[in-house]
Write a protein that binds this ligand. Structure first.
Ligand code: GLC
Length: 551
């Protein structure tokens, strides 16, 4: 690891969905004062960086991802004074704070859009994407919204369509207009001057669309389920020119000392890594790598994708891994509660910055909801596939204790989304006093990552474990070599690794057995077990890693 390693390289990022973390004022929606009250808990998780989903004024059609003012706080969440206190308290604990920047689209109630739609000759008309109807009438082209239906809405007032890849209440800004990027940079300036440590930038790869507005081609592999997937989005996302725009955002951010820019991108490796930037200029410090969320939970496959990612990363690029977010099914729902620990060990022992999602540390599960309780727009707009596209189940309130409303809100308050049925047993209070709980494991794992420089910054090399269902790898730095063994299956596995040397120290097992020495020749993983071991300097593998794995 280079000497200039930064907080965002060694640190663990934790995403908090503010609506669901802690309500302090009895309205059933989480708020900033609630987060402040829970900062000691967050600190106790050994995490370093908090990322907040949007807290700006918004009519909440997409729960804050429709921003009506980029430089203010929604009264639901509190005041600017609350925000300033939050930032100071986060910093006082040695942690960092990231905001969610949503530059691709604003709310339809943002003054910019209100001005833009007010008249064709309004000076801000060109800040958004307006087009005449197609020659025979109807939308200008075949572009679709992620949330169902066309990406165009007709505006009666001026007789034109405006573009939106999400809701009609989320009109897309036009970055081909020279005033738009400077306007967004000004909003970034507002928060950077306050001392915010950086941004997670929403759908950063979608900021530019085809200037010719060509139809998108049909997707020959479409499975007939989600309308949005019926087209290949070659003209609305990931355009080559977008990199120039991102370089300008990054150069602006770099005027402040040591700030971070993360980009939200769902892309294959080769395209993803281009968002780090190149000799023409830096782009994202971390283009989010969502492979662990999307891949089937299979040891051989995960090994392949880790190796492929490592192989394709440019020398200057710092890797990152994400295990959950507010748009995807929860970890324990995706991989099962038994494998959730293996996945957490994987996330926290791979090379690169890890990002976790609130509640996953206690193994929270998706909360299935009937359609009438769903609130998420893609579900409401596509009721026939609501269970597939609705994101409410992974956004339910944090489960703190066994009291009414699980400690998320005062007794008698109606929380904005229902609590999980298991919240009286699966909660922070219970797990804090159980030394074998998912929470205890999470804390032990994050503490280990902090204590072992080889985990935060050492080299990586995957190994042939000689057994199906097992992913094995080495992490090393000049001082130590660690062996990580992960059993993705429900069978006991005896390993056949090319090992020599007497014994290794078990530093942590997902089973939370006490640390002990294990014979290297007879390593056995219990079902669903993961282990981190310290290899003796005399072992052949130890020497392998010292001689340099990847990086
Ligand atoms: C991003 C957000 C998602 C939101 C969408 C539109 O993908 O993560 O929650 O709905 O952008 O802003």
């Amino acid at each position: 690891m280079s000497a200039t390693v930064s907080w965002w390289q060694t640190g663990i990022i934790y995403q908090l969905y503010p609506r669901s973390f802690q309500d302090s004022n009895g309205d059933g929606v989480g708020d900033l004062a609630g987060i402040i009250a829970r900062l000691d808990y967050l600190h106790s998780l050994n995490i370093d960086v908090l990322w907040l989903s949007p807290i700006y004024p918004s009519p909440m059609h997409d729960f804050g991802y429709d921003v009506a003012d980029y430089c203010a706080i929604h009264p639901l969440f509190g005041t600017m004074a609350d925000f300033d206190r939050l930032l100071a308290e986060v910093h006082a604990r040695g942690m960092r704070l990231l905001l969610d920047l949503v530059p691709n689209h604003s709310s339809h109630l943002h003054p910019w859009f209100i001005a833009s739609r007010s008249a064709r000759d309004n000076p801000q008309r060109g800040w958004y994407i307006w087009r005449d109807p197609a020659p025979g009438g109807g939308p200008p082209n075949n572009w679709l919204s992620h949330f169902g239906g066309p990406a165009w809405t007709f505006d009666e007032g001026c007789g034109q369509y405006y573009m939106h890849q999400f809701l009609p209440q989320q009109p897309e800004l036009n970055y081909r207009h020279p005033e738009v990027l400077p306007a967004i940079l000004d909003c970034m300036r507002f928060w950077l001057d306050k001392g915010v440590d950086g941004f997670r930038v929403d759908v950063i790869g979608m900021l530019l669309k085809d200037p010719l507005f060509r139809d998108e081609p049909a997707n020959p592999a479409w499975n007939g389920v989600r309308e949005y997937q019926s087209l290949l989005h070659v003209h609305t996302a990931n355009l080559p020119e977008v990199h120039g725009l991102i370089r300008r955002m990054r150069a602006f951010l770099d005027r402040w000392h040591d700030r971070l820019m993360i980009g939200e991108l769902y892309l294959p490796n080769a395209e993803l890594v281009r968002y780090y930037g190149d000799e023409q200029g830096a782009e994202c410090h971390l283009p989010f790598n969502f492979q662990l969320i999307r891949a089937p939970w299979d040891a051989a496959l995960i090994r392949r994708l880790v190796d492929d990612y490592e192989a394709v990363l440019p020398q200057h690029a710092w890797p990152n891994w994400v295990l959950g977010n507010h748009d995807q099914k929860r970890l324990a729902t995706r991989v099962g509660s038994r494998q959730a620990r293996v996945a957490t060990m994987l996330l926290l022992t791979l090379r690169g910055t890890p990002t976790c999602y609130y509640g996953d540390e206690i193994g929270m599960l998706d909360v299935p909801l009937p359609l009438e309780l769903m609130q998420d727009p893609p579900a409401l707009r596509q009721p026939e596939i609501a269970h597939l596209v609705g994101r409410d189940p992974q956004r339910t309130p944090m489960q703190w204790d066994a009291s009414a409303n699980a400690g998320f809100a005062a007794a008698g308050v109606r929380s904005w989304l229902p609590l999980a049925a298991d919240c009286r047993t699966r909660n922070v209070a219970n797990q804090s006093v159980d030394p074998h709980s998912p929470l205890a494991f999470f804390r032990a794992m994050t503490a280990l990552r902090r204590a072992e420089p080889a985990l935060a910054g050492g080299s990586f090399r995957s190994l042939d474990a000689g057994q199906p269902d097992v992913f094995a790898y080495l992490r090393g730095d000049p001082g130590s070599a660690l062996l990580v063994l992960l059993n993705f299956g429900a069978e006991r596995r005896r390993l056949a690794l090319p090992l020599s040397g007497d014994a290794a120290d078990l530093l942590l097992s997902t089973a939370m057995t006490s640390p002990r020495r294990l014979s290297l020749e007879q390593l056995v993983l219990a079902p669903d077990e993961g282990m981190v071991l310290r290899l003796p300097a005399t072992s052949r593998l130890s020497r392998t890693v010292a001689s340099g794995g990847r990086r």
